[in-house]
Design a protein around this ligand. Structure first.
Ligand code: BGC
Ligand code: CA
Length: 346
């Protein structure tokens, strides 16, 4: 009888252990991996720099999943260059269970109503690449910006010209009149990068004592095809007197190369900004003289780190380096064939 009682006790204890263990393993599988749902809104998918940034966001998210034991779901929306379309996409996501919205505005001047709606829904925002004004960022404490200092990119592009000129290896002043005759291809008007890249590229060159003569400036809206058609017009108007093409980004610079190539003209010094894959290819071919690396990899990592910190209610300061409380700004690097090997693009 005593033996049976003892056996019963052991059996009961054994059953308890099994139940306990199975409960524990259930709780473990439910709680161990926290899922973070991120909405990414692109001004258009049809932009080389933005699509590069987007693929780097995916890579950064996969790395973060491993390092922080998280599950990160990214849903991307193409604004198709239309703010009304983007507003609808954002409004829909604000009604769903998103943890954070990462927004590349179509029109960077209309952030205020978006911030107000996000505040009501208590869903934090990380704006990127197209920078809203400071007042809009400061409307709510859960609004941040990840990008780069536009002025710095202009300076870096200007420095390439200064270095080329001073090295004496490049004959920038082909007609020997003591000035560099240049044409400028500008991005979208009103974009922070357009204004400041143009201004500071020029300032950096002239402040170094190099004389410039502007032949023409045209906007080509960041696009390769427009860069090509605007450059064809320049070629028609100024022919061989173009000694330098400054472009606010790589795609328009590649358009300029297309135009010179299709007219069978000798390609002058052409400089872009971004360091996208097709631009690196032309750099290697010697048809693009230089570009400026707009750290898409670092920016993508910051967007993901910041988003996860906000989603988990952690202090962003511990995950990203903040300037003025709400800005993560990545430095630019001048790139030519001489230092291309040092740039970590993968
Ligand atoms: C990039 C451009 C891009 C634009 C889009 C800029 O920072 O240099 O290539 O088209 O952002 O907003
Ligand atoms: Ca000249």
């Amino acid at each position: 009888m005593r033996r049976i009682l003892l056996l019963n006790k052991i059996l009961i204890i054994f059953i308890f252990i099994i139940i306990f263990c199975s409960c524990d393993s259930n709780t473990y599988s439910d709680n161990a991996v926290t899922e973070i749902k991120i909405g990414v809104f692109l001004y258009t998918k049809d932009d080389t720099f933005i699509s590069t940034l987007q693929s780097n966001l995916e890579k950064a998210a996969r790395n973060k999943e491993i390092s922080d034991n998280l599950k990160i779901v990214i849903n991307s929306f193409d604004g198709k260059g239309n703010q009304t379309v983007q507003n609808e996409q954002i409004s829909k996501c604000l009604e769903q269970n998103y943890d954070v919205l990462c927004i590349n505005l179509v029109d960077r001047t209309v952030a205020a109503p978006i911030v107000d709606k996000a505040k009501t829904a208590d869903i934090p925002i990380v704006f990127f690449n197209r920078e809203p004004v400071k007042e809009d960022i400061e409307r709510w404490e859960k609004v941040y910006y990840v990008g780069a200092d536009a002025k710095n990119s202009g300076e870096k592009q200007g420095e390439i010209v200064v270095d080329m000129y001073n090295s004496g290896k490049y004959n920038l002043d082909k007609n020997g009149d003591g000035k560099i005759q240049y044409v400028m291809l500008e991005g979208e008007q009103g974009h922070q990068d357009t204004l400041l890249r143009t201004e500071y590229a020029i300032k950096t060159i002239t402040n170094a004592g190099i004389q410039l003569e502007k032949l023409a400036t045209e906007t080509a809206n960041w696009q390769r095809s427009q860069g090509a058609s605007k450059t064809s017009q320049f070629i028609e108007q100024f022919g061989d007197s173009i000694e330098l093409v400054l472009s606010n980004n790589d795609d328009m610079a590649l358009g300029a190369i297309d135009a010179f190539a299709s007219e069978n003209k000798k390609i002058p010094v052409i400089l872009g900004v971004d360091c996208t894959t097709p631009a690196v290819e032309e750099l290697r071919n010697g048809r693009l003289s230089g570009t400026v690396f707009g750290d898409f990899k670092g920016q993508a990592k910051s967007i993901i780190d910041l988003s996860c910190a906000l989603a988990l209610g952690k202090n962003p300061k511990e995950y990203v380096e903040l300037e003025n409380g709400r800005y993560v700004m990545h430095p630019y690097i001048s790139v030519t064939m001489e230092n291309l090997y040092k740039i970590d693009l993968k």
